[in-house]
Design a protein around this ligand. Structure first.
Ligand code: NAD
Length: 472
């Protein structure tokens, strides 16, 4: 049981002004596994003041010194690997066998990567009679969801530190402990006071005061599209830069001449990993009608082979949903799919075999889905895949793009060239072709209502820079 009762503000652990605690319930055992304190708007104000006071000095710190801090943070995070792993298993329900690979090692490597990129801030350009320089945006507010909590935190924190920004961060109430461990990491490496400040509380209270605070220059938010809209509205009166990484309902086109077995298995695993709670999950599988029934059978067999169970058991591929509430939401969608007339191929609303309690959902596959059904249009955020038949590639591309979202997409075709041709036609920020994996070098972000701005790579760092022209 992890117990925190202080927030980390201005380089110190302080008793929050807010009252009450956030008891974190394991979605597997339904027991409380951590307690962290709730702050309020006064705590946000103290944190923003500290970040503002630290900004001039941190943004003027030589980039090689900022890079050293980032490397030290990565080293210290590595030392705390087991603690981070425990939080993923206990609070999120991520299976232990996948937690390190999917949730922790990447963010640690990304800290080192942004240490290497810090020198980018020293680059200048001369054009005509102009010297163009880059400067840090300023004080940033970071608000994160629960599904890849450390990844989302580092995706903002590391480039912001490299660029010279200071920050106030807030994690989700479902998975807060990693952020408190990260604050301990920051304390251990001796990052100057006020550069990193941790607050905690509900999105409505803390989030909104972070977004509307006049001394915050930028908000970077990852979460649902509905909360993203509220955040943009709260930030608008003070004209902050707002970077939004929002929801998705990503399409996955398998072509007539693709290796069907490989393509379908890749798609099923992509949806089911992290129990379907992945913003980029390729939840709409578009399959040529001529190969449709074969694809459905492969998907059924593979989904049924995935081991769902205790996230602490190294055999589990899927744990529970992150909470009972999330389970209820997903079950509602499964009922909607049945009511809409989609064919339930496997899965459904019962608990998986052998499991008697906890927020578990069976890997669920729907066939005979049409793209206008609710289960094909709304983000379910659970282990539910919709299989949609198509007759021509043009029709598949049209359906792929017929969504309010544009975060990710996938294509499995005969070869790289054929896959790229289709990838270029899909309106989404990423396209995974022929089984390609996630890369921390790839700029990440959405088209349409999946957001704006980019994380990771050079583009991810660009979000934290202002451009200044000095006219000579
Ligand atoms: P959420 O939007 O409910 O909450 C995300 C964060 O926003 C939490 O910290 C919450 O406290 C805070 N928040 C909520 N309302 C707020 C408000 N009015 N003002 C300020 N802050 C507020 O999302 P969630 O349920 O935690 O996460 C799931 C969602 O996140 C899904 O829609 C998923 O697609 C999306 N997501 C997107 C990406 C991406 O990179 N595009 C990555 C992961 C998750």
């Amino acid at each position: 049981m992890r117990i925190y009762n202080k927030l980390y503000i201005d380089g110190q652990w302080v008793t929050p002004n807010g009252s009450g605690t956030n008891d974190v319930v394991s979605p597997s055992t339904l027991q409380v596994v951590a307690t962290v304190p709730y702050g309020d708007a006064t705590d946000v104000d103290s944190a923003v003041k500290a970040a503002r006071a630290a900004f001039d000095s941190w943004s003027a710190t030589p980039t090689d010194v900022r890079a050293k801090y980032l490397r030290a943070i990565a080293d210290e995070m590595q030392k705390r690997l087991a603690d981070f792993e425990d939080t993923m298993v206990e609070e999120l329900g991520m299976p232990i066998a996948l937690a390190d690979d999917w949730q922790i090692s990447g963010p640690i490597a990304a800290c080192r990567d942004y240490a290497d990129r810090a020198a980018f801030m020293d680059k200048t350009e001369e054009v005509d009679n102009v010297l163009i320089v880059k400067e840090a945006v300023g004080v940033c507010a970071f608000i994160n969801p629960w599904n890849y909590p450390l990844h989302q935190m580092i995706g903002k924190m590391a480039p912001a530190l490299a660029a010279g920004c200071t920050m106030v961060v807030k994690a989700s109430s479902q998975t807060p402990s990693h952020a408190f461990i990260l604050a301990e990491v920051i304390e251990a490496v001796g990052l100057p006071a006020g550069v990193f400040n941790l607050v905690h509380g509900s999105g409505r209270v803390m989030g909104e005061s972070m977004c509307s605070h006049p001394d915050v220059d930028m908000v970077s938010f990852t979460g649902s599209t509905s909360a993203g809209i509220k955040i943009a509205e709260a930030a608008a009166p003070t004209v902050k830069r707002v970077c939004q990484e929002l929801g998705g309902k990503s399409p996955y086109i398998i072509t007539e001449d693709a290796d069907l077995e490989k393509a379908v298995i890749y798609g099923v695993e992509d949806v089911m990993v992290n129990t379907g709670q992945t913003c980029t999950a390729l939840t709409r599988m578009l399959v040529p009608r001529s190969r449709y029934e074969d694809a459905v059978q492969i998907a059924k067999t593979h989904a049924e082979s995935l081991i769902v169970g205790d996230p602490a058991d190294s055999k589990s591929y899927m744990g529970p949903m992150s909470s009972q509430g999330q389970r209820e939401t997903v079950l509602d969608y499964i009922n909607k799919g049945v009511a809409e007339g989609a064919r339930l191929v496997t899965g459904g609303t019962d608990l998986p075999e052998g499991i008697e309690s906890g927020a578990y959902v069976r890997p669920t596959i729907f066939a005979d889905v049409s793209n206008d059904m609710v289960i094909a249009q709304e983000e379910i955020f659970g282990p539910v895949m919709a299989m949609i038949p198509y007759d021509t590639v043009d029709e598949a591309v049209a359906m792929a793009n017929d969504t309010i979202y544009g975060l990710s997409s996938g294509v499995y075709a005969k070869d790289k060239a054929a896959a790229i041709t289709i990838a270029r036609r899909i309106r989404a920020g990423q396209c995974y072709t022929n089984g390609g994996g996630f890369s921390y070098q790839a700029p990440f972000g959405g088209f349409k209502q999946s957001g704006n701005g980019r994380e990771w790579g050079d583009e991810g760092m660009g979000e934290f820079m202002e451009t200044k022209s000095i006219l000579l």
